[in-house]
Design a protein around this ligand. Structure first.
Ligand code: GDP
Length: 195
């Protein structure tokens, strides 16, 4: 995955536009500003492939990237931003639910959690949705460089304890920083194991 050849495939706002299920697929989800585009760019060794979710119009799209003609990486729209209206939240939920139901090739969702903020209520609501769809999700802590070493391990354990009883929760919590590269090789290995 390190030297991945990346093709930006398409932005999907409507389920009828989804690409065929020719490749296994993984998806990245998280609150807006969690560091999702930074993480995807770090994983793929690119500067500006994934763009921040708070750009206008990008909140209602799934962005598909094809890696090495082996795997689709899907950037889900960020959720939980402060000014979101009720209809925007409904739109996000509808898009995500339709997506989850329509993708038999979806192997795993990487659910990003900002290390300084921890697991929020909206994150738990998204996990409820994923639990009900039985799609395995794996927590990725982002911006780990903002915590002291001693706090990092404690947070990972706390998150594990809080979520371990959830049905579709994956027990390995990834600890990453796009800033200093912490955990990026491990996350790449995790993704490669799903191909
Ligand atoms: P997105 O909205 O989830 O795509 O988030 P972005 O990737 O745009 O990041 C949101 C903000 O967090 C930006 O100001 C980034 O520079 C910052 N950020 C992202 N990743 C990291 C990280 O690993 N460490 C630190 N310190 N800041 C980060």
């Amino acid at each position: 995955l390190c030297a991945a050849q990346v093709d930006f495939v398409l932005s999907v706002a409507d389920m009828r536009q989804l690409p065929g299920t020719d490749y296994p697929e993984i998806a990245f989800a998280g609150r807006s500003n969690v560091g999702k585009s930074s993480l995807i760019n770090a994983l793929l060794n690119r500067k500006k492939l994934a763009r921040a979710s708070n750009e206008p119009g990008r909140t209602r799209q799934l962005n598909y990237f094809l890696l090495n003609e082996q795997l689709y990486l899907v950037d889900l729209p960020g959720y939980g931003y402060a000014r979101a209206s009720k209809s925007e939240i409904q739109q996000w939920t509808k898009l995500t639910l339709n997506y989850l139901r329509g993708r038999p090739t979806l192997k795993r969702i990487f659910l990003l959690i900002d290390s300084r903020r921890g697991v929020k209520e909206t994150d738990e609501e998204v996990m409820d949705l994923l639990d009900s769809s039985a799609v395995v999700y794996q927590i990725v802590l982002t911006k780990l460089d903002k915590l002291k070493k001693s706090e990092q391990e404690g947070l990972a354990r706390e998150v594990f304890e809080k979520l371990k009883k959830r049905p579709a929760f994956h027990p390995i919590v990834c600890k990453t920083s796009s800033e200093d590269g912490t955990g990026i090789p491990e996350l790449r290995a995790e993704i490669a194991s799903l191909i």
